[in-house]
Each structure stands twice: as structure tokens, then as C-alpha cells.
Write a protein that binds this ligand. Structure first.
Ligand code: ADP
Ligand code: MG
Length: 257
């Protein structure tokens, strides 16, 4: 059975085709990059996969189930989980509390939450899980800090931690290193690799920073004006004239910097 398949998916906003018959197939355990110039449709793609938007046409299959007509909570319960381009945190709660809350919110809307809904059991369980994730993502030093007081890099890691708390199988990260300095970028890159290597979680990565994409991803899918422009290994993509063309005149394609 294929792990994740996007089959000729389109998304129309009025007169604009933000996604135009996009197809791709991602195997389990892969880190897949999705790149493209500004406005190419990357975030729309994530929004459609996560159920925030319904596709205008086409189908999305996850582990054999068609998820393209499901509600977002149902899709997340199956293990398809995204982070947002902008941080979505509970600023007045600590790091470890944020992670526990994320797990609670997920459990309450999931199948398992509905069945094992005893709240004391899930409190203890969520706290344990939160502590474990704090350790896994090296957040120990800031575990009791309020989310509002975290540096930008730690806020973004906390976003990933909150997604991990929902036990994703396919983790979709929207520009995880945006706005990060090089040390933060390095750390985030290592953590994404660790999530795949040690947890076996499949990662879909939308990212502007070309060096991060080229360094992390086995295969890269390129979108341009809503269409799939190219797909291949990092080196193939870097040298693909269509891709270079698509980025021409933008200052976004900078694989060698
Ligand atoms: N909710 C929306 N309503 C109308 N147009 C949208 C909406 N979301 C995105 N778009 C448009 O779809 C196109 C793709 O946007 P987006 O997916 O955000 O691109 P990217 O993430 O690759 O920069 C853009 O032209 C954008 O203006
Ligand atoms: Mg975007």
C-alpha cells in the first residue's frame, strides 16, 4: 500500500488556480521537500492536505484511506499533522504545559480520546509524554519558561514539539527555519533529521532556505504557479534549467550560499 499519494489535486480560489493537477507520491520514512517561488502554492498544498481547504478536484490518500474529504481533526487523528508558518502557541503557559495542552486538544478530538476519555488518566499520560518530548528535542533548559518569553528559535522548536505530541505519522513543516539565525537553523535541521531517524516519522518540508532543503531532503518536488514543475534528487533540482528559470529574478534560489 502506498504511504501518501496526491492524485491530480487542484484548488481554485475564484479565478486563480492555486494548485493545478498536482500529483506526488511520498514513501514512508522519507523527508520530502516542497519548494517553489513565493505564491507557487506551497502553503495551499499544506492547507489542502491537512483538510483546512477542500480540493476543487483530485484525491489525497494516506495509508490507503482517502483523506481529501475528511475534516481536519479526523485527518490529524490519522496521523497527518502540520505546523503553521507562524507560531501558534499558548503564550502564558510554559513549554512543557504547551506540549501537554497540544496532546490534550488532539486526544479530545481523536478516536482514542473519545474511547479512553478519562481525564485523569490522560492528564498523567499527557504530562509524561510532554516530558519525554522536551528531552527528545533538547528543550530541557527552557521547559518551565513561558512560551511568550522564548527566543524565536525555541518558539519554532516548541511548535514542532506540539505537533509531535499528537504522534504524527506524516509531519508537515511549513518553513520551520524561517527567520532563524544560522545556529538555530543548524539545530532545527538536526532535530528534523532526528525525528525521522529515531521515530521513523515521514516529513513533508516546505522551506524557503535552499541549503536546509538540499541538506535534508531525499527528493524535492518543485511547484510553480500551482503546477508541479520538477521532481528529483537535490542535485538534479539544483541544476534543472526550468527550476532555475522559475526562480530567476527572485532572490530566493541560493543553493550555494
Ligand atoms: N485563502 C485564499 N484565498 C484566495 N487566494 C489565496 C488563498 N490562499 C492562497 N491564495 C493564493 O494562492 C496562491 C498561492 O499561495 P500560497 O499557497 O500561499 O503560496 P506559497 O506558500 O507557495 O507562497 C497565491 O496567489 C495566493 O495569493
Ligand atoms: Mg507559504
Amino acid at each position: 500500500m502506498e504511504f501518501f499519494t496526491v492524485d491530480s489535486v487542484s484548488k481554485r480560489f475564484g479565478g486563480l488556480l492555486a494548485l493545478d493537477k498536482v500529483s506526488m507520491s511520498v514513501r514512508e520514512g522519507e523527508i520530502r521537500g516542497v519548494i517553489g517561488p513565493n505564491g507557487a502554492g506551497k502553503t495551499t498544498f499544506f492547507n489542502v492536505v491537512s483538510g483546512l481547504y477542500k480540493p476543487t478536484a483530485g484525491r489525497i490518500l494516506f495509508q490507503g484511506a482517502e483523506i481529501s474529504r475528511m475534516r481536519p481533526s479526523r485527518i490529524a487523528a490519522l496521523g497527518v499533522v502540520r505546523t503553521f508558518q507562524r507560531a501558534a502557541l499558548f503564550p502564558k503557559y510554559s513549554v512543557v504545559e504547551n506540549i501537554a495542552i497540544a496532546r490534550h486538544l488532539h486526544a479530545d478530538t481523536s478516536f482514542f480520546g473519545a474511547i479512553f476519555g478519562g481525564s485523569q488518566r490522560s492528564d498523567r499520560e499527557a504530562d509524561e509524554k510532554a516530558r519525554e518530548i522536551v528531552e527528545f528535542l533538547h528543550l530541557d533548559d527552557v521547559r518551565d519558561e513561558l512560551a511568550a518569553n522564548l527566543a524565536h528559535g525555541h518558539q519554532r522548536i516548541l511548535n514542532v514539539a506540539m505537533a509531535l505530541a499528537t504522534e504524527p505519522k506524516l509531519l508537515m513543516l511549513d518553513e520551520p527555519v524561517a527567520g532563524m539565525n544560522s545556529a538555530e537553523t543548524q539545530l532545527m535541521t538536526e532535530l528534523i533529521r532526528k525525528i525521522r531517524d529515531e521515530r521513523g516519522i515521514t516529513v513533508l518540508l516546505v522551506e524557503h532556505d535552499m541549503r536546509t532543503v538540499m541538506g535534508l531532503c531525499e527528493t524535492i518536488t518543485v511547484l510553480d504557479f500551482g503546477k508541479k514543475l520538477a521532481e528529483g534528487l537535490p542535485d538534479e533540482i539544483k541544476d534543472n534549467p526550468d527550476v532555475v528559470d522559475a526562480y530567476l529574478g527572485t532572490d530566493e534560489f541560493d543553493a550555494d550560499s
